[in-house]
Every structure is written in structure tokens, then in C-alpha cells.
Design a binder for this molecule. Structure first.
Ligand code: FMN
Length: 144
């Protein structure tokens, strides 16, 4: 299994509703390609974690990079790993548009996840850059 993490900046015209429509198509395609992962959208920025067959993931990443709906695409990391982080998700999605309680909850969840990371072997090292970036993103932009 191969996984790849990148971040990018959404163009201002790519709104919440457009993202949801894009995801509907993306999930169908990801299922066909055997790709799973997670997309986060927070304060105009995307971070996406893709996992699956190496060639398929790299081909999809090439297509995503050409997509005019986002810019400043920056690779965070890629690696080979065993198993999947998001086994049941053709593309999990969170945009943090919920109320602050939700963000607080997510932050707590991720913090506790980080505390567990050192002790458990359940997290594959390859997905750590993803969780680390999510963690940073959430902590850097406190919304109260
Ligand atoms: C932030 C972002 C994430 C995307 N993620 C996926 C994805 O996981 N899977 C996918 O098929 N397309 C994704 N897309 C859309 C692709 O860039 C592209 O439009 C799509 O793969 C084209 O598919 P088609 O040529 O088969 O219609 C994403 C686009 C953006 C802007």
C-alpha cells in the first residue's frame, strides 16, 4: 500500500457546495481505483491523505495537481505502508464549518490520539505526517 499527503489552497470561487459535489464524483472514482483517504478543508486550505496502489495514487495525484479549483499544491510526504488508515472511506471529509464545540471536540480527539501514538502500534508511521499537520492546523488557528 502506498500513501501520499499534500496540502493546497482552494480558489475563492470553490465553495462549500462545490466541494461536496466534487466529493460525490471523487468517491465513485476512488472506489473504482481502490483509493481511500481523507480530505480536510479548513480556512480555505485543503489537506488530503490518499492511499492505495502506488501507480493509481500517483496517477490520481497528477490529475488533482492539474485541477484549477486549488493552487499552491505542496507535497507533505509519501510512503509505503501496510494496511489502510481509512479503510472504510472512499474519501472522508471534514470542513469544520460546524460550531466551535465540534472543533474543540476534534482537537481533543486528535490530542488524545497523539498521546496514544507513542504507546500503541496501531498508527502506521506513514500516516503520522497527516495527523501532525492536522494537529498543527487546528492548534494554529484557534477559533473561540
Ligand atoms: C482538493 C481536491 C481533492 C480532490 N480529490 C479527489 C479524489 O480523491 N478523487 C478523485 O477522483 N478526484 C479528486 N479531485 C478531483 C480531481 O482533481 C479531478 O477533477 C477528477 O479526478 C477528474 O475525474 P474525471 O476526469 O474522471 O471526471 C479532487 C480535487 C480537488 C480540488
Amino acid at each position: 500500500m502506498f500513501c501520499l499527503i499534500y496540502r493546497s489552497v482552494a480558489t475563492s470561487s470553490f465553495g462549500q457546495q462545490d466541494i461536496r459535489l466534487m466529493l460525490e464524483k471523487a468517491r465513485v472514482k476512488n472506489q473504482k481505483l481502490g483509493i481511500t483517504g481523507c480530505l480536510l478543508f479548513y480556512e480555505g486550505e485543503f489537506i488530503q491523505y490518499l492511499e492505495g496502489n502506488q501507480i493509481k495514487v500517483l496517477e490520481l495525484y497528477d490529475e488533482i495537481k492539474k485541477d484549477k479549483r486549488h493552487t499552491d499544491i505542496e507535497m507533505i510526504s509519501y510512503a509505503q505502508r501496510e494496511g489502510r488508515e481509512f479503510e472504510k472511506w472512499e474519501m472522508a471529509y471534514e470542513d469544520f464549518f460546524g460550531d466551535n464545540d465540534q472543533i474543540t471536540y476534534l482537537r481533543l480527539l486528535i490530542s488524545s490520539y497523539f498521546e496514544d501514538v507513542e504507546e500503541t502500534s496501531s498508527t502506521h508511521p506513514a500516516s503520522l505526517p497527516f495527523w501532525r499537520t492536522v494537529h498543527k492546523l487546528l492548534n494554529a488557528k484557534t477559533k473561540v
